[in-house]
Design a protein around this ligand. Structure first.
Ligand SMILES: Cc1cc2nc3c(=O)[nH]c(=O)nc-3n(C[C@H](O)[C@H](O)[C@H](O)COP(=O)(O)O)c2cc1C
Length: 190
């Protein structure tokens, strides 16, 4: 059963609580396939996907990121979250997808956009097939830990640009309000 596009766009939420249940490989493959249909600059399709369903590995990446983040200034509340034993980065989700690309200063911005577009396709597809997802911007701090990158097969000449978690949702958050801000809309003079 395929969802109407508007329902899918409006109904997707960032999910931060997951059922302790592995995600079917076929569902993850359908999500990855949605990702690669995103447009990309000069049709480069620069994305490389790492899929991790081993919860111990996901937790160890979360711990690496927390250690890195603790070196920065944060609110007390966030510091507590970083110091907690809980997986406050990847939310103990059963699946993590890390999109990484070859490093290239000149193409960095375009490749970041490419991966963001692939990520949105993937999160919409996840919602369409009944899975929750959350984009994890903190995942990019993995770039500060070469050993952690190496552990999951990301070479030092590649960088993480987009991380997302997926799983069966354990919560149904209310949508956050949106405001359409059109600053200017220029039409030809009559
Ligand atoms: C670039 C980006 C980075 C994000 N990073 C995080 C993150 O590190 N941790 C997290 O819990 N949510 C993260 N989010 C999720 C946003 O907080 C969420 O999308 C936003 O609050 C709107 O909620 P909605 O997705 O349910 O509409 C990120 C979203 C984006 C687009």
């Amino acid at each position: 059963m395929v969802m109407e596009l508007d329902d899918c766009i409006h109904g997707r939420r960032a999910i931060r609580l997951y059922e302790d249940k592995p995600v079917d490989r076929q569902l993850l493959e359908s999500i990855l396939n949605a990702g690669i249909w995103a447009p990309s600059g000069v049709n480069e399709q620069p994305w490389r996907f790492i899929v991790i369903q081993d919860k111990n590995i996901i937790k160890s990446l979360s711990d690496s990121i927390k250690t890195i983040l603790l070196d920065f200034e944060w609110t007390d509340q966030f510091k507590d979250a970083l110091s907690s034993e809980l997986d406050t980065i990847f939310y103990s989700a059963p699946a993590l997808v890390i999109i990484n690309v070859a490093k290239d200063e000149q193409w960095h911005t375009i490749r970041t956009l490419d991966c963001g577009l692939a990520a949105q396709n993937m999160m919409l597809k996840a919602h369409d097939v009944g899975l929750g997802s959350c984009f994890i911007g903190f995942g990019n701090y993995l770039n500060e830990d070469e050993a952690a990158k190496d552990k999951v097969g990301i070479p030092s000449d590649h960088e993480v640009l987009a991380c997302m978690v997926f799983g069966y949702p354990g919560e149904a958050p209310e949508p956050k309000s949106r405001e359409l801000k059109v600053i200017n809309w220029l039409v030809p003079e009559k």
